[in-house]
Design a protein around this ligand. Structure first.
Ligand SMILES: [Zn+2]
Ligand SMILES: [Zn+2]
Length: 287
């Protein structure tokens, strides 16, 4: 991965959904993770609902489940369970052998607490390192970390007033004065399960993760909670990105190499604009 090829793009926007292309490469490159796996482009396309729908019951998909029990192995989802605002995948607390990822693999994390899977997917299992995705500010609620596959936003470890929240539900979420809609927090002080235990929202799209392919719901099968959150005050940085037009498929008979070169050329040409928009969006969240 090189700096020039980093990209997070808004590729689709309707009144109900948005689609984000994530290269999987962050905006920094310490890459001193020590898994022995090489981070590679993942080029994920993720479709989110603009308005999360809270479900009547939660879905446990992390290693740690209800009341700190261990989830059944076949219910632990490997692969992305959400994405950080810089396009890096967020995984749960399990490594590939369903052990505690931080205890067993934390030594392989880089300075941003990311590392690569055998498939080259660079990902976080926890709060990233300071300054890697966001910076906490003393006395303030943490900024946005990312959006989970149930469309619900996840923030850093600090709640109202810069104090770790004490009212998180079993999934790791609440609503508070700063963000008066249901949202998750990463755990404070790197305690299990590090990110979230369960989805409070309906997952409408597996977004390419086979772990969820058989577990998504439709508007008809999503059983809604009686009380929903009002997300109108949620500032979503993905929606602040310019809507990018994906490159057209190469014409029949053309050389794939030439088409790929054109594609990267157009991405690199668009990069300053994309980065400026992303930084503006992130900056807006810090206030
Ligand atoms: Zn991992
Ligand atoms: Zn909060």
């Amino acid at each position: 991965m090189s700096k020039e090829q980093r990209v997070v793009e808004l590729r689709g926007l309707t009144t109900t959904e948005y689609t984000v292309f994530m290269s999987g490469c962050p905006q920094y490159d310490p890459y001193n993770q020590t898994t022995g796996n090489t981070p590679t482009f993942q080029n994920m396309t993720v479709t989110y609902r603009r308005t999360p729908v809270l479900a009547a019951s939660v879905v446990y998909m992390a290693r740690v489940a209800a009341n700190n029990t261990t989830n059944a192995a076949n219910s632990v989802a490997l692969g992305p369970i959400g994405f950080a605002v810089n396009g890096v995948a967020i995984y749960n607390d399990a490594d590939a052998l369903l052990r505690d990822a931080y205890i067993y693999e934390g030594a392989t994390f880089d300075g941003c607490r990311g590392h690569a899977s055998p498939g080259g997917s660079y990902h976080y299992h926890s709060e990233p390192g300071p300054g890697c995705v966001y910076n906490d500010t003393a006395g303030r609620h943490s900024p946005l970390f990312g959006v989970m596959l149930d469309n619900i936003p996840i923030y850093g470890a600090l709640g109202d007033g810069g104090v770790p929240p004490t009212d998180l539900d079993d999934c790791g979420g609440h609503s508070d004065a700063t963000y008066p809609f249901y949202h998750y927090h990463v755990t404070y002080n790197m305690t299990p399960p590090y990110v979230i235990k369960c989805y409070r929202g309906c997952v409408f799209s597996s977004s390419g993760n086979p772990a969820f392919a058989g577990h998504t719901v439709t508007d008809q099968t999503c059983v809604k909670a009686a009380v929903q959150s009002n997300y109108t005050s949620f500032t979503n940085p993905f929606l602040a990105l310019p809507l990018a037009v994906p490159p057209p498929p190469p014409p029949p008979g053309s050389s794939p190499g030439a088409a790929a070169a054109t594609r990267w050329g157009s991405l690199m040409a668009a990069l300053p604009l994309l980065l400026a928009a992303a930084l503006a969006a992130l900056g807006g969240l810090l206030h």
